[in-house]
Design a protein around this ligand. Structure first.
Ligand SMILES: Cc1ncc(COP(=O)(O)O)c(C=O)c1O
Length: 393
C-alpha cells in the first residue's frame, strides 16, 4: 500500500522504517528446540504452552493458534454457522480481513461507521443498523484502545446477536480493568510482523464459550475429529465438518512463546514510545490542527501504534510526503471498506460512513517498533512538526 520513495543520497541520516521486527530474547533457541524435538508442524508442545499462556491470561474456555488473524476470523465465521439471509455488522474503518472472512463464508456485510474520538464502532450507528438478519457485530479495538463496549452492549440488548472482537491490535490492553478479547463470544489476535508480539505470520482465536470448543478443534483439524482421537476419545478419526489447515506451525509457536514471555518488557518499551510521541507533539498539536490519540482514563491501551489526525486530506498527503522525503517512513492506514469495490459487492445494502471517510484521509501513523530509540522518536516527531510548519493549518 506504501509507494516506493526516492533512494537516499550519501550524507542523509539513516531512514527510520515504519516497522522493524525485533528479537525479544529466546526466539532462536526455542525454534532450535522445536526442530530438535522432532515436531515442527502444528499442535505440539510450543503451541500448547502459548495457548495456555493466552488462555490463562484471558480466562478463556480455550485458545487456538492459527496461521494469521485472518484465519482466526475465518474460523469465527464458520463457528457462526450461517443461516440463509444472515448479515454481519463490521466497521468500514478496519483491515480487509475483518470483513472478508465473513463475506467468504457467505454472510452479507453491513458496514458501520466509527466515532471520531477512539475510532471504534459508533454504537448509535450500529444500533440503527441491527435487524432480524443480524447475526454478529465485529468490534475492532483500533490501536489497542477499547471500542465503546458499554454502548455496544446497550445497542445489542438481549437480541440474539453475537459480539465478536477483532483484537489484532490490543493484546493485554484493558477496559474497565478487564482484558480486551474477553468481552465477545469469540476474539481474534494477530502476530503478524507489524504487531506488538510477532512470529512473522500468526494469529489466535480466543473461545470465550465452552460450547464452541469441540467444534473449533474440528474446524482447526481440517474438519476431522483428530483431537478427539489424540485424546483417546475415539479409536480413529474421520471427516466430520467444514474446516481448513488453520494451525500455526511449532516453529512459529516457538518464536511466539519467546515474544510473549517478554511481554512486560515489550509493553514497557512500547509505552515509552507512545508517551514520548505524546509529550513531544501535544504542546504544538493545537497550533497545527492535529488531533492526537485519546486514552480513556483508567484503561490500559495496547500501545500498538501512534497516529495523528491532520486537518484535512491534502495536508495529510503533503506532510506524509515531506516526512518520507526526510527519511521518516510514516504511513497512512485503512482505506474505507464500505466504498471499496469488494465492500460494495458483499454489502447487504449501502450505508453511509462519513467519519470513516474523513478519518481515513486525515490519519498518519508514525514509525513504531520495540527498538525505536529516543533519538529516532524525536527525529520522527520533529519531521512531523517541521512538515506541519511548512504546511500551515
Ligand atoms: C484490525 C485487523 N484485523 C485483522 C488483521 C489481519 O491480521 P493478519 O495479518 O494476522 O491476518 C489486521 C492486520 O493488520 C488488522 O489490522
Amino acid at each position: 500500500m506504501t509507494k516506493p520513495t526516492a533512494l537516499p543520497t550519501p550524507g542523509d541520516p539513516p531512514r527510520i522504517p515504519f516497522n522493524r521486527p525485533t528479537l525479544a530474547g529466546n526466539e532462536l533457541e526455542y525454534m532450535r528446540r522445536a526442530v530438535e524435538g522432532g515436531h515442527t508442524a502444528a499442535a505440539g508442545p510450543f503451541t500448547r504452552r502459548v495457548a495456555s499462556l493466552l488462555s490463562e491470561a484471558h480466562e478463556a474456555a480455550d485458545v487456538i493458534l492459527t496461521t494469521s488473524c485472518t484465519d482466526a476470523l475465518e474460523m469465527s465465521a464458520l463457528l457462526l454457522d450461517r443461516r440463509p439471509g444472515d448479515t454481519v455488522v463490521v466497521p468500514s474503518f478496519t483491515f480487509v480481513s475483518t470483513a472478508l472472512a465473513f463475506a467468504r463464508e457467505g454472510f452479507r456485510l453491513v458496514f458501520a461507521d466509527i466515532e471520531p474520538v477512539h475510532l471504534g464502532l459508533d454504537a448509535a450507528h450500529v444500533a440503527s443498523l441491527l435487524d432480524e438478519h443480524t447475526r454478529a457485530v465485529v468490534a475492532v479495538h483500533y490501536g489497542g484502545i477499547a471500542v465503546d463496549l458499554p454502548g455496544l452492549a446497550t445497542a445489542l440488548g438481549d437480541r440474539p446477536i453475537d459480539l465478536l472482537e477483532d483484537n489484532a491490535h490490543g493484546l493485554f490492553a484493558t477496559c474497565g480493568g478487564r482484558l480486551l478479547g474477553t468481552f465477545g463470544r469469540l476474539a481474534t489476535l494477530s502476530f503478524h510482523e507489524t504487531k506488538n508480539f510477532t512470529c512473522g505470520e500468526g494469529g489466535a482465536l480466543l473461545l470465550n464459550r465452552a460450547a464452541d470448543v469441540d467444534r473449533a478443534h474440528i474446524l482447526l483439524h481440517k474438519g476431522t475429529n483428530r483431537r478427539a482421537f489424540m485424546l483417546g476419545e475415539v479409536d480413529k478419526y474421520s471427516w466430520q465438518d467444514l474446516g481448513s489447515s488453520f494451525g500455526l506451525s511449532e516453529i512459529n509457536a516457538a518464536f511466539l512463546l519467546a515474544q510473549l514471555e517478554a511481554r512486560e518488557a515489550i509493553l514497557t518499551r512500547r509505552r515509552q514510545v507512545f508517551e514520548s510521541y505524546d509529550r513531544l507533539l501535544r504542546p504544538e498539536a493545537a497550533a497545527h490542527g492535529l488531533t492526537l490519540p485519546d486514552v480513556p482514563a483508567g484503561d490500559l491501551p495496547g500501545y500498538h501504534l501512534y497516529y495523528v489526525l491532520l486537518p484535512d486530506r491534502p495536508t495529510r498527503d503533503r506532510v506524509l510526503a515531506a516526512m518520507r522525503a526526510a527519511g521518516v517512513m510514516a504511513t497512512f492506514h485503512y482505506v474505507p471498506l464500505h466504498s471499496a469495490p469488494g465492500g460494495r459487492r458483499f454489502a447487504a445494502r449501502p450505508t453511509d460512513c462519513p467519519v470513516t471517510e474523513e478519518v481515513s484521509g486525515r490519519l498518519l501513523r508514525l514509525p513504531f517498533y520495540n527498538t525505536l530509540g529516543p533519538a529516532e522518536v524525536e527525529r520522527s516527531a520533529e519531521a512531523l512538526l517541521a512538515a506541519c510548519r511548512r504546511s500551515p493549518a
